[in-house]
Ligand binder design. Structure first.
Ligand code: SF4
Length: 347
């Protein structure tokens, strides 16, 4: 029987489980605290719960399960650390710690691999292995914090995978991490990134979820976007921008458009002008990400002056625009480089 990870169970369901096995409701709060505050690595590490409660849960197939931390790689250039996790079925996924001016951010994966096949992304070249379970996302957060002995200020779902194609598990992970009876991590410090899965974006906008959304827009040219991001054929740019605008109007979180810049592809002043026109009137900001090279993609990074000119052109049109600092590129931990070791040797 496949074991069920208690880390991935919401508090309300947790109560049901505990009561179902004949124990008092308050045991649920005790156990939840052991898992999400004390971060016990297994049911055997939980101390003040009677043995029959633990035994009943184990018999029912529940435990607290962590994937193995197979590798921890530290950048020599900055404070970036990349963690490679391996689940019992060998599914591999990565999380990245990024430090900036004393702020600690963890970037986690929502899938092992990705089906979206963006042409510039090392994860896309892996194909989809499988969706990560709720507990596997929470495990990245707890294990990385434990290994580094730090608390994270921000959590971003920008690692391997498309979070909105594993939305049930991602939204449950956010609910559990932000539960005040557990980690109590503020939803306003969580950002979910998407390449533009329009129907799920619209659903999220209507939920008023309290977290932030980052949408990878890349270019204002629909045809060009389809070449760079095949998902654009199914969910064209116009609908993606409309869904993002709906999030900007209705949801309480911040909306960011991510624009990866490729040398000679989408980095001209005309591209910047067109992008400014596309998002005109939307309450948002733009993150410009000069491309970090990834295995066998054929794309390259524009020079700094081009990125600055692109930013200036956006600002001239009234767009709040920032250039993201490159972090962790020497350990293949930067945006678009995560491949769980599969493609890295070709770089
Ligand atoms: S950029 Fe994101 S959505 Fe595209 S292939 Fe990579 S992980 Fe998937």
């Amino acid at each position: 029987m496949k074991k069920k990870d208690l880390k991935g169970v919401e508090f309300e369901r947790f109560e049901d489980v505990v009561v179902k096995y004949g124990f008092e409701k308050y045991r649920a709060a005790q156990l939840f605290g052991w898992i999400h505050v004390k971060r016990a690595g297994g049911l055997d590490a939980v101390k003040n719960i009677p043995a029959p409660v633990k035994e009943a849960l184990l018999q029912a197939g529940y435990d607290i399960i962590y994937p193995a931390m197979a590798e921890k790689t530290e950048s020599r250039r900055d404070a970036t650390v990349k963690f490679l996790f391996k689940a019992a079925d060998s599914a591999a996924f990565e999380a990245v710690r990024i430090e900036d001016k004393g702020r600690e951010t963890l970037c986690i994966s929502s899938q092992s691999g990705c089906a979206c096949a963006c042409g510039f992304c090392a994860t896309g070249k892996m194909g989809l292995k499988r969706n990560l379970e709720t507990g596997e996302m929470i495990a990245q957060f707890y294990a990385a914090a434990g290994a580094l002995g730090i608390k994270f200020d921000n959590l971003v779902f920008m690692g391997m995978g498309e979070p909105l194609l594993n939305w049930d598990n991602v939204s449950r992970a956010i609910d559990i991490l932000s539960d005040r009876r557990g980690s109590n991590f503020s939803r306003s410090r969580i950002t979910v990134s998407t390449c533009g899965i329009t129907p799920v974006m619209k659903k999220i906008a209507r939920m008023e979820p309290g977290f932030n959304l980052a949408v990878s827009v890349i270019t204002a040219d629909n045809e060009q976007r389809s070449k760079l991001m095949p998902v654009n054929v199914k969910y064209p740019l116009k609908g993606v921008v409309e869904a993002a605008a709906e999030f900007g109007r209705k949801a309480k979180g911040r909306l960011t458009f991510e624009c990866v810049l490729f040398d000679g592809i989408n980095d001209s002043l005309q591209h910047a002008e067109a992008l400014a026109g596309l998002i005109r009137g939307i309450n948002c900001r733009v993150n410009i990400i000069p491309y970090n090279s990834a295995a066998g993609t054929g794309y390259s990074r524009p020079d700094t002056l081009k990125a600055l000119a692109f930013q200036k052109a956006l600002k001239r049109r009234g767009v709040e625009a920032y250039i993201r600092k490159e972090k962790g590129a020497d350990i293949k931990a930067a945006c678009g480089q995560l491949a769980a070791g599969e493609n890295n040797s070709q770089c």
